[in-house]
Design a protein around this ligand. Structure first.
Ligand code: SF4
Length: 242
């Protein structure tokens, strides 16, 4: 049961390992090359991500929510769009480094449009990238591409905000020290019993149960404790567990 659960949770990694194994028998050269590429990117990620996480901690602790809301929020207008373009363009590091920062900025009040602008400019019009482009393809090529790309990025940002709302994004989990209700993810088998019994407190995402909200009144806790007992794997913990 536990092995199946581990496999389910890490299915992408296992799928990649299976593909590598097949490749090793059918085309060893490609397998070795793929392994080298993966190792290269893994090492790169291990070098970049600690710095990014440190940066997110600094932003979380030192940048007030009002500042992000004012500079990059729904009401920041064209000024916010231009700030976002600038932020994405002067950033350094690979695009995956932008995701934790974007998540934090969304949490602190940035708009979907501005996050799309930051991510897109980070990915395709970073200043070092433009300098290289001039070197190899000339300034006219770079300039026209930059203008067309910026128009596309802004259009994409506004369209994304029409279709994707903040409520569609994954909800951040509550800090464990704040929780009354916790689900031990390693035990949850996603059977859905808890959701059926108390849909106001639990939800299923990616075959796992998550807490939607903590009970607001003490009187509700008794019901929750009783229902938690019906979880077949005893994954639900009521009370601060960690
Ligand atoms: S009842 Fe338990 S095992 Fe089933 S989904 Fe809920 S928490 Fe997971």
């Amino acid at each position: 049961m536990k092995i199946v659960s581990v496999l389910k949770r890490n299915r992408l990694i296992f799928l990649v390992l299976v593909v590598y194994s097949i490749l090793l028998f059918t085309s060893p050269d490609k397998a070795i090359q793929s392994w080298k590429n993966s190792t290269y990117y893994l090492i790169e990620m291990l070098q970049v991500l600690p710095v990014i996480f440190l940066l997110t901690v600094v932003i979380e602790a030192l940048v007030p929510k009002e500042m992000i809301t004012k500079g990059f929020g729904e009401k920041s207008g064209i000024k916010g769009n231009l700030f976002s373009l600038l932020l994405g363009s002067i950033s350094a590091g690979p695009i995956y480094a932008a995701f934790p920062i974007s998540k934090l900025m969304l949490k602190k009040g940035a708009s979907i449009t501005n996050i799309v602008i930051i991510l897109s400019s980070w990915a395709v019009i970073k200043i070092p990238m433009l300098a290289n482009e001039v070197k190899f393809l000339g300034i006219k090529f770079m300039g026209i591409r930059w203008v067309l790309t910026v128009i596309s990025i802004f259009t994409m940002g506004y369209f994304m905000a029409l279709f994707v709302k903040k409520r569609d994004l994954p909800k951040p989990e509550m800090e464990s020290k704040e929780r009354i209700l916790t689900i031990k993810q390693e035990y949850c088998i996603g059977c859905g019993v808890c959701v059926k019994l108390l849909p106001e407190y639990y939800e299923i995402r990616d075959n796992k149960a998550f807490v939607k909200q903590d009970p607001k009144e003490k009187s509700q806790i008794a019901v929750i404790v009783k229902m938690a007992d019906k979880c077949p794997t005893k994954a639900i913990v009521v009370g601060q567990s960690e």
